[in-house]
Design a protein around this ligand. Structure first.
Ligand code: SF4
Ligand code: MG
Length: 320
């Protein structure tokens, strides 16, 4: 995906004129086959909008998305359908994303029918096999979503996403609505499925310890922009952006900078309605200087595909 932009028009009050909200602002990223890219940031940073853009569930206002070199929006209807089959999504709330009037077997079987992947006679067996892969039982076939716990509903959502044999799954906060013990089960299931099917994931979450557990590479988002990205360990052990430092210092076990300093996030949480000029993080950044409120820092290479967008990255994070 290159230079993605998505703007929404919102009305904040019946008397105010509508305003433009730039949810995703010039994001470029790529995911290799079999790789997990974690996307992290506070709520409202544009992570979910980005996920939907990547799958073609929302049209971008600018930028391009391509898959194996083919633009997602180009080609015939049939070609686009084939492309879509390879890209699936798992949602945060598996209840609202599952049709309450459909039985589990029909929910999981639907993509198989849409993409004509199995003959009718083999449909039931294929659905049962998918249910087995995600830890559901054959007797669940004829039940409805509301008869299941949150964790089991997420298993149904995963089986449905798997049904079309995708190559990439976008998982948007797939465990954040679940109890802690159930979170671990679902995370482990996703890891097993990745190994078994060679899946690539875009794993969207605000919980950095979950992102660290799942990801090969990580992108940190703030107000619709990627402010830092790189290999997992580069981000967690050798971060080059104050916002990443702030997010990490909120997790005691991972800790802040090597010298033990900690950034506590202060000020208002970000809202894309009134994005600040210059560096989007400057109103909350403890290291901000004058230039930060006027000039937007660009993502620049820190080595081995590690990029950060901060005017003072070198000064702040040079550790000999
Ligand atoms: Fe902070 Fe300035 Fe760097 Fe932005 S550019 S993160 S405000 S030091
Ligand atoms: Mg979200």
């Amino acid at each position: 995906a290159t230079d993605l932009v998505k703007t929404f028009t919102v009305k904040t009050s019946p008397f105010a004129p509508p305003r433009q909200l730039r949810a995703v602002d010039g994001v470029t990223l790529r995911v290799a086959p079999g790789e997990t890219l974690g996307i992290a940031g506070e709520s409202g940073c544009g992570k979910s909008t980005l996920g939907k853009l990547l799958l073609g569930l929302l049209p971008p206002d600018g930028g391009t998305i391509s898959y194996n070199g083919q633009a997602l929006t180009a080609g015939s209807r049939r070609e686009r359908l084939t492309l879509r089959k390879n890209l699936q999504m798992i949602f945060q709330d598996p209840f609202s994303s599952l049709n309450p009037r459909m039985r589990v077997g029909d929910i999981i079987g639907e993509p198989l029918i849409i993409h004509q992947l199995v003959p009718k006679t083999a449909l039931r067996d294929q659905v049962l096999q998918l249910m087995g892969k995600v830890g559901l039982l054959p007797e669940h076939l004829h039940r409805y979503p509301h008869e299941f716990s949150g964790g089991q509903r997420q298993r149904i959502g995963i089986a449905r996403a798997l049904a079309a044999s995708p190559q990439l799954i976008v998982a948007d906060e797939p465990v954040s609505a679940l109890d802690l013990s159930i979170q671990a089960q679902i995370i482990n299931l996703l890891q097993e499925l990745k190994r078994e099917f060679g899946l690539a994931y875009i794993f969207i979450a605000h919980d950095l310890s979950v992102v660290r557990h799942m990801s090969d590479r990580v992108a940190i988002m703030y107000l619709g922009k990627i402010v830092e990205t790189g290999e997992r360990e580069a981000i967690f052990s050798n971060f080059r952006h104050p916002y990443t430092e702030a997010l990490l210092s909120a997790i005691p076990r991972i800790g802040g900078a090597a010298d033990g300093r900690r950034i506590i996030l202060q000020g208002d949480p970000p809202t894309p309605l009134n994005p600040p000029p210059g560096c989007p993080f400057h109103p909350r950044c403890p290291y901000a200087e004058q230039i930060c409120s006027t000039i937007v820092p660009q993502l620049t290479e820190k080595g081995h595909g590690h990029l950060a967008a901060c005017h003072f990255s070198e000064k702040l994070y040079s550790r000999g």
